[in-house]
Ligand binder design. Structure first.
Ligand code: NAD
Ligand code: ISE
Length: 341
């Protein structure tokens, strides 16, 4: 069977996922597209032989759509995800699941009332080969009990519209999700410190930021978020355990020797760094939809947890670095298995 996907939001990542669902994932086809910019929806839909529909509600209700992909702006996600759950259709929602914890909980409650998991959230790092290997090594006990995780998330530059809170909400949110999954542990507190700001930033921005997290099991995490580092897109992660450590590999790149220098190019954006992870994420999602299996990826509960933890980090940033306890509801048994561990 070919899974017919309807896409809400035909912007930058929406178009990239439409290309992926068309050219990479053989079991899927994009049949409908909508965007508040109707001309954009028409143009993108025409490229892949899909229909352009006026609204998200029309798309969710279309008999030509088996599953929904939400790639619109964050504040609109909850409405579209709830609509898909209401129609009983599987829905893949780019991060964030919703921009408030209350909206995330509404989604969780709607999905529980439906009785079957329909929602997957677009935290693609869980599908990256390096992170997957790292999780296997930790789970096998090879480095003993994990004690500390050192991470860095660096972007070359960000636009003027990027605000200080987005360091947690838009950027660190990927580490927050992947660390919960890697360690199979919950984050219970967050603290955000601001060293001297780089001069190479827009004036309003606090950059870099150092985020410190503690897990229920006592693991300490330090994460440097530096979104104007100039030199490239650089993701680092090293878990230190009682018997050794495991480190994320750098992306494969040729070594160049010239003019007395040995150098290795550094990637410039996240699209290239996680291209394979995005492909795997969509292959696995479509396979689950096709067979009616529970999605293997991050659940609505993981989306809720990520929003609650980023809220705690933003509160710390806004209160000059106080340690903020994460105020998370107990996880319902409904989310105990199937991609959450
Ligand atoms: P974008 O602005 O390029 O595209 C968003 C599109 O959605 C626009 O075309 C806009 O007109 C449309 N839109 C907005 N509200 C809509 C609505 N209610 N109905 C229909 N269309 C609507 O943004 P983007 O960079 O593609 O980001 C989209 C989402 O993807 C964001 O939530 C973002 O955080 C997420 N994202 C995830 C990753 C990742 O690494 N997983 C990377 C980039 C962006
Ligand atoms: C961007 O919004 C993303 O979601 C990317 O995956 C992330 O790594 C990047 O730093 C963000 O700006």
């Amino acid at each position: 069977m070919t899974v017919r996907v309807g896409v809400i939001g035909a912007g930058m990542i929406g178009q990239d996922h439409i290309r992926r669902l068309t050219d990479v994932v053989t079991a899927a086809r994009v049949t409908a597209v909508t965007d508040i910019d109707a001309a954009r929806a028409e143009e993108v839909a025409a490229r892949v032989g899909a229909v352009a529909l006026p609204t998200g509600a029309d798309l969710v209700g279309s008999p030509e759509v088996d599953a929904v992909l939400v790639t619109s702006w964050g504040p609109t996600h909850a409405e579209h995800v709830l609509s898909a759950i209401g129609a009983g259709k599987p829905v893949f929602c780019e991060k964030p699941l919703a921009t408030t914890a209350d909206d995330c909980l509404r989604i969780v409650e709607a999905e529980r009332a439906h009785g079957r998991r329909l929602v997957q959230v677009g935290f693609m790092r869980r599908f990256d080969a390096g992170y997957r290997r790292m999780k296997e090594v930790i789970a096998a006990g090879t480095i003993g009990a994990p004690l500390i995780v050192h991470c860095a998330h660096r972007n070359p530059t960000v636009p003027d519209a990027y605000r200080s809170a987005m360091a947690a909400q838009d950027t660190a949110v990927h580490e927050i999700d992947v660390l919960r999954w890697l360690l199979d542990d919950e984050i219970v507190s967050a603290q955000v410190l601001t060293p001297r700001a780089t001069s190479k930033r827009f004036e309003h921005l606090k950059d870099p930021q150092i985020m410190l997290f503690e897990t229920a099991g006592g693991v300490r995490v330090d994460l440097e978020v530096f979104v104007n580092c100039q030199y490239g897109y650089d993701i680092q992660c090293e878990t230190v355990g009682e018997d050794g450590l495991v480190r994320l590999p750098d992306p494969a790149a040729v070594g160049i020797r010239t003019a007395g220098l040995h150098s290795t190019p550094v990637l410039q954006d996240w699209k290239g760094r996680f291209a394979d992870a995005f492909d795997t994420e969509f292959r696995e999602w479509i396979a689950a939809v096709e067979t009616g299996a529970t999605p293997t990826g991050p659940s609505a509960w993981d989306g809720y947890a990520a929003t609650v933890i980023t809220d705690a980090a933003v509160r710390s940033l806004e209160s000059d670095g106080t340690v903020v306890t994460v105020d998370m509801k107990p996880r319902p048994a409904f989310y105990a298995t199937g991609g959450t561990a």
